[in-house]
Ligand binder design. Structure first.
Ligand SMILES: Nc1ncnc2c1ncn2[C@@H]1O[C@H](COP(=O)(O)OP(=O)(O)OP(=O)(O)O)[C@@H](O)[C@H]1O
Ligand SMILES: [Mg+2]
Length: 281
């Protein structure tokens, strides 16, 4: 006899419920889980500036999120909280399963050092130190010998295509190369999360593509990235966009087909006949 079980009402629903429950169990822990986060700055003891008005957001491993929004909308304030550089006025922040919103400054600094890599608009490199020294510095607490640190730093510099520039100081590097050093420095401790606040803000459009190419390649390898940009073009390289306005999230959606920086970079160079000196990601 034919098995009609599949037609019985309710059966498919139950299966669906079971599948959904299973999917929930299999879902990885978010890298970032933020609940109702607020930040109010107090100026001169009385004027209060509500910079964040209740932000809730989950970011899962392997995501590439662009935070967008006009000037003053709270993007940097939010990044500073995500980066454990500042503490919220209220709300919860879980970073890789740790409730960081209530940690002491010491614990916060140690979590930050272990779990987070930063890239800033202005590169923030030590001017008198070589690329190698800039990249190896965050490892001083890792208990490695100087030689081990140097080997590791030069490997990461290789990864961002700067193997041939390890002894250059920032003033002897182009803007794009300096930002690559900053990216290598951000990666050196194997972070769970890379935070980038306007990483292409000081770069021309060609160099921006180069930097976005490196970030996309790292994301392909599984690195979770949250990037702030006011530039809608740059946000197109991300897989998800979250828009801020007046301290609130007003839009949160996936990018249906993100731009590929590697493809654009290749096309640009073939069009202009540029000889690429360094390895590109
Ligand atoms: N340290 C501070 N003290 C007081 N108010 C601040 C402080 N930092 C930021 N603000 C205020 O908080 C709000 C959000 O600022 P924030 O720097 O987060 O904006 P943003 O989105 O990063 O802007 P931009 O695109 O210009 O970088 C603004 O109104 C700003 O004036
Ligand atoms: Mg800002």
């Amino acid at each position: 006899m034919e098995d009609k079980d599949e037609d019985k009402p309710g059966r498919n629903d139950m299966t669906l419920a079971a599948i959904m429950e299973q999917a929930e169990d299999d879902r990885p822990e978010p890298v970032i889980s933020v609940h109702n986060l607020t930040k109010t700055y107090i100026l001169g003891g009385k004027t209060s500036v509500p910079a964040l008005r209740g932000i809730s957001l989950d970011v899962y491993p392997g995501e590439f999120v662009a935070i967008m929004g006009p000037s003053g909308s709270g993007k940097s304030t939010f990044m500073n909280l995500l980066g454990c550089l500042d503490r919220p006025t209220s709300g919860e922040y879980w970073l890789a399963g740790n409730l960081v919103s209530s940690l002491s400054s010491d614990r916060l600094a140690s979590i930050r050092n272990q779990l987070i890599g930063f890239v800033f608009q202005g590169f923030n490199l030590l001017g008198r130190a070589t690329a190698l020294r800039n990249v190896s510095l965050p490892m001083v607490y890792a208990g490695l010998s100087r030689r081990e640190r140097d080997i590791r730093a030069s490997k990461v510099l290789d990864l961002v295509g700067l193997g041939g520039r390890i002894n250059h100081k920032p003033s002897e590097l182009s803007g794009g190369q300096q930002q690559r050093v900053a990216i290598a420095r951000a990666l050196i401790n194997g972070p769970a999360l890379l935070l980038a606040d306007e990483p292409t803000g000081n770069l021309d459009s060609h160099t921006s593509i180069e930097i976005m190419g490196i970030l996309q390649a790292l994301n392909e390898q599984g690195l979770t990235i949250v990037l702030v940009t006011h530039d809608a073009n740059v946000a197109q390289y991300a897989k998800r966009q979250v828009a801020f306005l007046d301290g609130e999230i007003v839009r949160d959606e996936p990018v249906s087909s993100p731009r590929s920086a590697a493809e654009e970079w290749e096309k640009l160079n073939s069009e202009h006949g540029v000889v690429v000196e360094e390895e590109t990601p």
